[in-house]
Design a binder for this molecule. Structure first.
Ligand code: FBP
Length: 707
């Protein structure tokens, strides 16, 4: 029925409240755009120069020396402020530059501020300087798709998340043809410098481009970005040059806020286990930071699992006089047992709920899966190479791919050809669920990396957990603990004596706060038999209602809610830490360009300290490169930094594991990081991992000082 008193749509749309709601501009956006990040002390000088810093040494790979001869001897460069340099320097610094910038790989909060910092520094040195942004990542360079980055464009993206301004892509300039096209683009635009904002693979690419473009005097500068936090640079002596890439803090804080909310919900509703997969393609840095931020009940750290040694198995094998190679590293099955153990222990004290954090890349650290990944990477790359075609195009559906693998195993068995895929591999592979087979056979990214974000890791793991919990339930060891006071109240209310029934029902009818029904009583039928045996009831009598109620209450249901935290946090607006960090990286980039550097990566040292101690530097990329297997071949790449299980941050979460599991009567120990707060003073100003790991570094440098 139409209500005559309703305001007309025309009037409604003119209402200021409606206009406000329909506008894309809200107060948060206005505040963010207005914010001017502080500059590191050196950038307040009129000019910034670079000084080679010989304190840092690298152990250089022979292949890197061969392939990157013109940039391999680059040094770490410190940025120094200067107000009145020589006239020739002033001329070079203040000349009109044409600079290109590109985002490469996954978005990371803070990227727009790198551009803003670079833009501000470049325009300050010479307002005539022009900045071009390549669209959709490295493909934009290859195809010469660029836009000019203007003041209003920069202003509209200051302190905002994403890489929306010029987009990004995972393209790679990895062939002679692509390299030639990229060179042509740079020359056509008259670029003096190209800035690549990317992860380990993109900075690897930056080094090769720097080498290639040196003869054309086009300088290439890298900027370390990735939410994964796996670009951490140390010199040969372990001195930290880059402790963390920008974007990590924001993503971790966004994930932590959402996961902390689940901790709150879960401990209120007390019926769900929330399984939270968090991004980080391989390294578990994000999961580690989330653990520190939230104190979730269980957090798996991939690097810890691969380091696992089953001492019991080793001892047993030693007694037999043999070696048990399966005792090294954790298997998927064993991992599911570890998770079940935590679940069963919490449930025994009445907490059949909780939050489990699983790093996206956890499977990389599980022996048997890693073997599959490596073998399949090699098989796919080998196929593409020898057939000069494309495996995924030739075998579009799973069944075709499996048939190809079966063929390889058969050839191997019949001795027709040598293959790394044998019958045992094939049998094991056929034992895993379809969706997981599909995941493992999925297309690799342009850098040859396995795309963990596309695999339902949590589904694989939780499938095993569910199966094992069912077994434990049948064995009577997975039970909900019954609170003593609740038990007594329930029986007394019905006029039954709790002390009479207690020893019949429970295996621990003593001083415990939570009682556990005996393992043998796994059904109402067995309960009735038990009561009959004890002479409590006769054959025709019913189980007393309060006793049945207590039994039913002890039967657990394992209910899960699955979540994936990745793209959401990656798209979050940056924390103040990332805003300031990325902006100063942009300022550093301009210093590197204006001082004629190439093959360097902009970085800031002392990020864990107060802002006044931040030190902008240039890090040489080539000396950091080493050989790694990619697409079945050895390739020079920047090494990914994994979680160090001896680091302070890991040792801290290990020390608190039991406390945060909270498998004891009483409250959980959750921490509430809250949402990212751009304004106000209550926001944590830097990642906790960064601060904790620096405690180790402070210790190490003290040790170095002591003779
Ligand atoms: P970068 O290393 O390029 O920064 O990307 C990291 C990441 O966000 C990973 O955490 C994740 O595994 C992957 O990207 C997802 O890739 P895609 O965006 O292609 O789905």
């Amino acid at each position: 029925m139409k209500d005559k008193n309703l305001i007309t749509i025309e009037e409604l749309l003119k209402n200021p409240e409606v206009e406000k709601a329909a506008s894309n501009i809200n107060q948060e956006l206005i505040e963010r755009r207005k914010y001017i990040p502080p500059k590191c002390e050196v950038f307040t000088s009129s000019y910034t120069v670079l000084k080679d810093n010989d304190d840092f040494k690298f152990s250089i790979d022979r292949e890197a020396r061969k392939q990157l001869p013109d940039i391999i001897n680059n040094k770490v460069q410190s940025v120094v402020g200067m107000d009145s340099p020589e006239e020739s320097f002033k001329q070079r610094y203040g000349k009109k530059y044409i600079i290109g910038v590109v985002f490469s790989g996954g978005p990371a909060p803070g990227g727009h501020n790198v551009i803003a910092g670079l833009y501000d520094a470049a325009k300050r040195a010479n307002p005539e300087t022009r900045l071009f942004g390549f669209i959709l990542g490295p493909d934009g360079i290859i195809e010469n798709e660029a836009i000019e980055i203007t003041g209003p464009l920069v202003d509209s993206y200051r302190n905002l998340g994403g890489f929306t301004m010029i987009k990004t892509g995972r393209g790679k300039i990895d062939t002679k043809e692509k390299m030639a096209l990229s060179k042509e683009t740079c020359k056509n635009l008259g670029l003096e410098a190209l800035v690549i904002v990317g992860g380990d693979d993109s900075n690897t690419n930056a080094a090769f481009l720097a080498q290639e473009l040196i003869e054309d005097r086009i300088h290439v500068i890298g900027v370390p970005k990735t939410i994964d936090g796996d670009i951490q640079v140390r010199d040969a002596e372990g001195n930290v040059l880059c402790a963390m890439s920008f974007g990590f803090h924001t993503a971790a804080r966004a994930f932590a806020n959402a996961i902390s909310n689940l901790c709150t919900d879960s401990s209120s509703d007390v019926k769900y286990w929330h399984i939270c997969k968090v991004m980080g393609r391989v390294a578990s840095h994000l999961a580690l930071e989330v653990a520190l931020q939230t104190h979730a009940n269980m957090t798996l750290i991939g690097e810890d699992l691969s380091d696992y040694i089953d001492k019991e198995r080793i001892e047993k094998a030693e007694k037999r006089g043999t070696v048990d190679y399966h005792a090294y590293g954790m298997t998927l099955r064993h991992l599911s047992r570890v998770i079940c153990d935590g679940i069963v222990r919490r449930t025994a004290v009445g907490k059949n709920y909780g939050v489990i954090v699983i790093p996206e890349g956890v499977l990389e650290f599980i022996n048997e899966i890693q073997v599959f990944i490596i073998k399949l990477n090699t098989i796919i790359a080998e196929y593409d190479r020898t057939h000069d075609t494309y495996f995924h195009a030739d075998f579009p559906v799973l069944e075709d791919k499996l048939e190809y693998l079966r063929r390889l195993a058969r050839f191997e068995r019949e001795g027709a050809s040598f293959s790394i895929w044998n019958t045992r591999d094939d049998d094991l592979f056929n034992d895993i669920p379809d969706f997981f087979q599909e995941g493992l056979l999925m297309e690799r990214d342009s850098h040859g990396n396995f795309q963990f974000s596309q695999v339902e890791t949590e589904k694989v793991l939780m499938g095993l957990v569910k199966d094992y919990l069912n077994i434990l339930k049948e064995q009577g060891t997975y039970k909900i603990g019954i609170e003593k006071s609740y038990y007594r109240k329930t029986l007394e209310k019905a006029g039954l004596d709790p002390d009479y029934f207690g020893p019949i029902l429970f295996k621990n009818y003593d001083d415990s706060e939570f009682f556990l029904i005996k393992a043998s009583i796994i059904s109402a039928k067995i309960l009735r038999q038990e009561l009959e045996k004890e002479g409590v009831i006769s054959k025709d009598e019913k189980i007393p209602a309060p006793v049945e109620k207590i039994f039913q209450k002890s039967v657990p249901k394992f209910k899960t809610q699955i979540h994936f935290y990745g793209y959401d946090g990656r798209g979050n607006d940056p924390t103040r830490f990332d805003c300031n960090y990325a902006y100063n990286l942009g300022l550093t980039v301009f210093t590197l360009i204006a001082n004629g550097s190439t093959g360097q990566m902009a970085a800031i040292m002392n990020l864990e300290k107060d802002f006044s101690k931040w030190e902008p530097i240039g890090i040489p990329i080539a000396p950091l490169m080493h050989l790694e297997e990619r697409k079945g071949k050895l390739a020079l790449v920047l090494e990914k930094s994994l979680v160090d299980i001896n680091s302070a941050s890991f040792r801290v979460i290990k020390a608190f594991r039991e406390k945060w599991l909270a498998a004891a009567p009483g409250e959980d120990n959750y921490r509430r990081p809250g949402p990212i707060r751009f304004a106000g003073k209550s926001e944590e100003d830097r990642p906790i991992t960064l601060v904790l790991n620096a405690l180790d570094d402070a210790g190490r440098s003290e040790q170095r000082k002591t003779p």
